[in-house]
Design a protein around this ligand. Structure first.
Ligand code: ZN
Ligand code: ZN
Length: 186
């Protein structure tokens, strides 16, 4: 997953990449922990444009996956697509005041959407892995109104009904509804 700077001509460069989750250690770890399972290859579409020493990248990613709902703990399928942009800038190493550890520099640059390159060579791996991780939902929910699991008997309230939680909940509601009627009738 590398590109030479010289491969990017004046008109820019279109790069299509088909990856799998096994190309990205962070995703492999998430799959091992059963947080996500990628069911399709991950397709990247990148457009790279040189601007002096900088390389502007506009891209999109597309894949399909299975997640575990944070409320009902059921597996559900979801498509993942995202647009992104970042900028490669040369890493200047001949200055005295540049810290030794690259990771520290990259951390700060990350927030600005900057990715460093050196030796005329663009590494696609790290920025693409970052974009994938950012595109993933932080709290996966299978559907907006997922009712989750009953806190007492543990049944899935999307597909089952149980008496333990609903009764007090409904009673309170009924009481409120009656109160409401009484007020409006007075
Ligand atoms: Zn759910
Ligand atoms: Zn229950």
């Amino acid at each position: 997953m590398r590109l030479e700077l010289k491969d990017i001509k004046d008109g820019g460069l279109i790069k299509e990449l088909t990856c799998t989750s096994s190309d990205f250690p962070v995703l492999v770890e998430m799959e091992q922990q059963d947080e996500v399972r990628f069911t399709q290859p991950i397709e990247f579409h990148l457009r790279l444009q040189k601007s002096g020493q900088l390389v502007e990248v506009e891209g999109s990613l597309q894949t399909s996956m299975e997640l575990v709902c944070g409320r009902c703990l059921q597996r559900y399928a979801r498509e993942l697509s995202a647009d992104f942009a970042f900028t490669y800038t040369p890493l200047v190493t001949d200055k005295q005041d540049v810290p030794e550890e690259d990771s520290e520099i990259e951390l700060g640059a990350d927030e600005l959407g900057l990715v460093f390159y050196r030796d005329e060579c663009l590494d696609l791996f790290q920025p693409l892995q970052d974009q994938l991780v950012m595109a993933l939902p932080i709290r996966p929910i299978c559907m907006g109104d997922c009712k989750g699991l009953c806190s007492k008997c543990g049944c899935n309230l999307n597909t089952h009904t149980c008496d333990c939680v609903r009764k007090p909940f409904n009673n309170k509601f009924t009481a409120l509804a009656e109160l409401d009627i009484n007020v409006s009738e007075d």
